[in-house]
Design a protein around this ligand. Structure first.
Ligand code: FES
Length: 107
């Protein structure tokens, strides 16, 4: 099962075993990771599941679709080149070892 690490803005972190097919958002919420609000439940409609994916993982995560790209303009903390919505990233074995950083806030 792929392991994914969530790093809080404070620097603390949690590593979670994520079933393949789950999204990063689902993994965070189901495991009580702070900092992922996910108000819309994964519908790509709230931008409160914002995470930062390190550049070295950019080619391994699923590509950004237009709806995610548009919504990334609505994040509470300004978008960066590493910004993604965690509900749009489905975990596969290729993401084993992924570390994502959480922004300072989601709202
Ligand atoms: S959970 Fe709402 S956009 Fe991701």
């Amino acid at each position: 099962m792929p392991k994914v690490t969530f790093v809080q803005f404070s620097g603390s972190s949690r590593t979670i075993d994520v079933p393949t097919g789950w999204t990063l958002m689902e993994a965070a919420v189901q495991n009580g990771v702070d900092g992922i609000t996910a108000e819309c439940g994964g519908g790509c409609a709230c931008a409160t599941c914002h995470v930062l994916v390190p550049a070295e993982w950019a080619d391994k995560v699923p590509a950004i679709r237009p709806s995610e790209n548009d919504l990334l303009e609505c994040t509470a903390v300004p978008r960066t080149p590493q910004s993604r919505l965690s509900c749009q990233i489905q975990v596969s074995d290729a993401l084993d070892g992924l570390t994502v950083n959480l922004p300072e806030r989601q709202s």
